[in-house]
Write a protein that binds this ligand. Structure first.
Ligand code: AMP
Ligand code: MG
Length: 358
């Protein structure tokens, strides 16, 4: 593959007139010329390309090493951009767009012709969202084309929540990176199939099931999602994802105290066999694992949004510290906790250490 001199543009989105951002002229032009550019969104960093050009979209798959049967999400800056992309917009989708766009919610809709077939991996539907990030919106608008963008990581790795994470994975493989600082939500968008009624969540994410249901009533959860054998409807959810290099286990017990006790005893066993042990813990529990080689603090349990925000950085940091055995606390599967547990499950390759039931 081509070796790129990856360019970097730093954009401070806290100052000035957002829509102008002069630093975005060059990356927007590169996108219009069918090159790939990474940029921040409110969820994670995306790797963008012109969704109408096959040659542009192919560069995404090549840079990431992404399997070609895993479709991409198209990012738009205005609702009217939907007109060229989708055949129909169900009423529930419109209501949800009113409530959550711009934001971390992707809609699966029947697609029109004209979208590069690589974007949809041959499906007759397409995933579309409007990101809630001033840099992302300004960049898409300036590029003047819909932007297909998966997360800007090498396939299988944790998604990037900083420009440094993107660099770690893709330096030399892409035309450029727009650095807009750390992302906010930290886990990807919720993918919602609105071609069926009631709508079905194909991937839990930044907008919760509870939030969706408050607008349109019953919303289903793809039953294949949390199973140990991956049988999801969203093609991408079947792949190993988000994984650190070490062997990772999620510890599930009935109470938090019991969970910590089990983790402590597993640390002891692993140390005896000479492994470098890391624990994924939280502000509330970080003091309980003195014997571990590394304790990574992943937000605070009292506010699961902080856990979501820190999750991928925490997973990456185990690799940086050469940890070969990772014990992760588990979280309640409510609200954004559903997305957190879905990503943890995948990162651990579904290795779950469960409480013994008598
Ligand atoms: P990523 O781009 O890495 O955030 O992943 C996009 C996710 O959206 C993957 O899980 C895809 O399988 C899913 N997705 C995208 N388009 C579709 C579609 N048309 N139907 C079902 N799932 C989709
Ligand atoms: Mg991804």
């Amino acid at each position: 593959m081509i070796h790129y001199q990856t360019k970097k543009w730093c954009v401070d989105n806290s100052v000035g007139n957002e829509r102008l951002y002069p630093q975005l002229e060059e990356p927007a032009k590169l996108l219009a010329l069918n090159e790939v550019v990474a940029f921040p969104t409110e969820t994670v960093y995306g790797l963008g390309a012109n969704a109408l050009s096959s040659s542009a979209v192919c560069k995404i798959f090549e840079a990431k090493g992404r399997p070609s049967d895993n479709p991409l999400i198209i990012h738009i800056a205005h609702r009217k951009d939907l007109d060229n992309l989708v055949l129909a917009l169900p009423e529930k989708a419109e209501k949800l767009m009113d409530a959550f766009w711009p934001g971390p919610l992707t809609f699966i809709l029947p697609r029109k012709e004209g979208i590069a077939p690589e974007v949809t991996a041959g499906l007759d539907t397409v995933g579309i969202r409007m990101p809630d990030h001033p840099i992302a919106l300004a960049l898409i608008e300036k590029a003047g084309v819909p932007i297909a963008a998966p997360s800007a990581n090498r396939s299988g790795r944790p998604s990037p929540t900083t420009a440094e994470h993107v660099q770690e994975d893709l330096e030399g493989r892409i035309a450029g990176i727009v650095d807009g600082g750390p992302t906010g939500v930290g886990v990807e968008s919720t993918v919602l199939d609105v071609t069926m009624d009631p709508p079905m969540i194909l991937r839990p994410g930044g907008v919760t099931k509870e939030q969706l249901e408050s607008v349109v009533g019953l919303v289903l959860l793809d039953p294949g999602l949390m199973e140990e054998e991956d049988k999801p409807r969203s093609p991408g959810m079947k792949y190993q994802h988000y994984a650190p290099q070490g062997e990772m286990w999620i510890i599930q017990e009935e109470t938090l105290e019991k969970q910590q006790e089990t983790i402590r005893s597993l640390i002891g066993q692993a140390k005896e066999s000479g492994r470098r042990v890391g624990v994924l813990a939280t502000e509330e529990t970080k003091h309980n694992y003195a014997e571990a080689d590394v304790v990574v603090i992943c937000g605070a349990r009292e506010d699961l949004a902080t856990v979501a925000r820190s999750l991928y950085d925490a997973l990456r940091s185990f690799d940086q510290q050469r940890i070969d055995y990772i014990l992760a606390e588990s979280f309640p599967s409510k609200g954004v906790g559903l997305a957190i547990m879905n990503r943890l499950n995948k990162a651990a390759g579904h290795r779950i250490y469960r409480a013994e039931v008598d």
